[in-house]
Design a protein around this ligand. Sequence first.
Ligand SMILES: Cc1ncc(COP(=O)(O)O)c(C=O)c1O
Length: 380
Amino acid sequence: MKEFYLDYAATTPIDERVLEYIRPFLESKFENPSSMHIHAIENKKAINLARKKVADALNALPEEVFFTSGGTESINWAIKGYAAKNRNKKEIITTKIEHKATLNTLHYLETQGYKVTYLDVDAYGLIDLKQLDQAINENTLMVSIIYSNNEIGTIQDVRSISKICRKHQTKLHLDAVQAFAQIEIDLHELDVDFLTISSHKFYGPKGAGALYVKKGLDLEPLIHGGSHESKHRAGTENLYGVVGMGEAARIAKAELEKNRAHYQMLQIDFHQKMMDTFEDVRLNGTTCGSNRSYNNLSYSFKYVLGHELHFQLNKLGVYVSTGSACSAHSIEPSHVIMAIGLEEDYQPCVIRISFGKYSKLKDNDEIIKLFKEAYDEVRD
Ligand SMILES: Cc1ncc(COP(=O)(O)O)c(C=O)c1O
């Protein structure tokens, strides 16, 4: 059976070039980068080269890049670490469509006495900039916003968000896990204080991520111990993860335009075919070509259940994600689907398709055919 992987927003396979780059570190270059002998120092240099590559990809300074275990840790650290250094401010602003890494970090801080404002989004998943402007006050510690939404692909107007935060002198953290390698991020131009990225979303190894911390700002470490990452994140470095992430970031930056054109072509073609094939289908999030991630298509179908369609597609070798969780008694749409106010009839079936650089345009016809087959099988 032919298989079609359409879940690149969940994770990406490692790029062959990244794999080759990491290989010596897996095979023989094992020395602890904190040791002082010659090969250990070479490994330390490899980490610092990775830091430079990530910094270059963001147009930031190497000393502004800290390595972590991934997006979840970076988000936790940006928020909790800044809160711990600035205990006089107890209010945080975010949106209703954040990733769980942000939402559950903030739910935890609520138990510690913080007040969190969850900004509404419109039917496309966009926040209201006026609401943000009005929500910031002198007790606001920071604003944390998801740049490109992982479920519905909505891209926020981060330039305007940044201007509003600057006007109020409030710190801004961007969860750019889905945005990096899709959108050009120039931190010299885009004024943000903290920014999170995750290696496994851009063809690097899993278990590696980074947090950009603007020069001059300080965070309380999340993990205490040795003096790794300039005393900001203790623990022996994930050497292959970090060097692989650096190489993946370099490639992502160099091939951003090429990949974007590829995703755009896949997205337009697939969406057109989807609309021609199904009557009762809705695109969740912004329209293609306007503030929408190029590799994301989130659809809702009437008359079918998401987990059933997902299961059927799985049987046919089409691997996607579903945006609703089913428990024994009910089907619960995700917080994102609830926040955009999707009509009730469409809520039980949300399917996310996400393309990647190994997706092929010529496969779209066959995938749509399999979609129709799966849909017909599970339709009431
Ligand atoms: C938008 C967003 N933020 C954060 C994360 C968490 O990243 P990680 O898997 O590296 O912990 C993800 C992962 O799916 C994500 O899509």
